[in-house]
Design a protein around this ligand. Structure first.
Ligand SMILES: Nc1nc(=O)c2c([nH]1)NC[C@@H]1CN(c3ccc(C(=O)N[C@@H](CCC(=O)O)C(=O)O)cc3)C=[N+]21
Length: 296
């Protein structure tokens, strides 16, 4: 049997970042506007520090301004809200991202709702959630949007396909389902209480795995030839004491059954960051009422 096509998120995201860099260059040359992204990190979680450093590097690479704010782990909620109020008013800042998860003294939902929806490049503010659901001009969550770009690139038109989203989080599962509905897929959202999950997944032409459980989705749950988008990023221990990243799909099994699959790492992860830059560019253009290339 032939093995699945490996969907290369590193390659696709590099192309997207190139297109973004061209648009940024044009904005700077013709309008003297430099898109700016502010990233706020509270605390010293090592994984979060790595993500924030990568985001900073990619932001600068495409010619945007990067403003990183690192706050101590015991920062009071009202101090974070004051910082956000300042970023909302700052004309050099077009996008604001507050790295999640936040320490427990801070109410994440309150923080999300404090961000100006026009600068909410995560797409988590209720205004953007509502616009995505009702067809308005939303900023769309980066991981689902990046997943959709990979699906469209691999499959073309998605209309009429059966899609199963495993996971119902606000940051991936729910917005992913909205995007797939918009693409005219028949969408099922499965989760920890779903009965006969393997049978539900077996119906799918498109499987989105977003549960956060390493290797949970097995090869024999898949319809032969289906397309698998693995959103999971789980660090697991090796026998020798080192660690590695694995997805929510048992890759070695799935690759023998699926038609195409995203690897971890090198699949959805790099798309998330490219889409963050894309959202920052889109937010900047909307704030300045400038039209952008539709291919973004
Ligand atoms: N407000 C907020 N917005 C986020 O978008 C957000 C967040 N909080 N908190 C944490 C998660 C996680 N996240 C990732 C981004 C890129 C990779 C990525 O590039 N991963 C690489 C490998 C990274 C590695 O090797 O460690 C890959 O999959 O190939 C992973 C994970 C964004 N997040």
């Amino acid at each position: 049997m032939t093995e699945a096509t490996i969907i290369d998120g590193n390659r696709f995201s590099a192309g997207l970042r190139d297109r973004i860099a061209s648009e940024v260059h044009a904005l700077r040359e013709t309008r003297h506007i430099t898109p700016g992204l502010a990233v706020v990190l509270v605390g010293e979680d090592p994984a979060s520090q790595v993500y924030v450093r990568t985001k900073h590097k990619r932001t600068v690479e495409v010619g945007m301004e990067s403003f990183v704010h690192t706050l101590p782990v015991d920062t009071p909620e009202d101090e974070l809200l004051t910082l956000i109020a300042g970023l909302n008013k700052d004309p050099a800042v077009h996008g604001i991202l507050v790295q999640l998860p936040l320490p427990r003294q801070i109410d994440a939902q309150k923080v999300i709702e404090a961000i100006d929806p026009a600068k909410d490049v995560d797409g988590f503010h209720p205004v953007n959630v509502g616009r995505l659901a009702s067809g308005g001009e939303a900023l769309i969550p980066c991981t689902p949007f990046g997943s959709l770009l990979l699906l469209r690139d691999h499959l073309g038109d998605l209309s009429g396909l059966d899609a199963v989203v495993v996971g119902r989080s606000n940051i991936v599962g729910k917005p992913m389902a909205q995007l797939l509905i918009r693409e005219s897929c028949t969408v099922t959202v499965a989760h920890s209480r779903t009965r006969d999950l393997p049978d539900v997944v077996r119906r799918a032409d498109i499987v989105i795995a977003a549960v956060g459980k390493p290797g949970m989705i097995r090869g024999d749950w898949l319809k032969p030839g289906c397309t698998v988008i693995d959103v999971g990023i789980n660090r697991v221990a090796n026998p020798d004491g080192t660690s590695r990243l694995v997805g929510d799909v048992a890759f070695d099994e799935a690759v023998k059954v699926a038609g195409a699959i995203t690897p971890v790492p090198g699949g959805v992860g790099p798309m998330t960051i490219a889409c963050l830059l894309r959202n920052t560019l889109v937010a900047c253009a909307r704030q300045h009422r400038i039209a952008l290339d539709k291919s973004l």
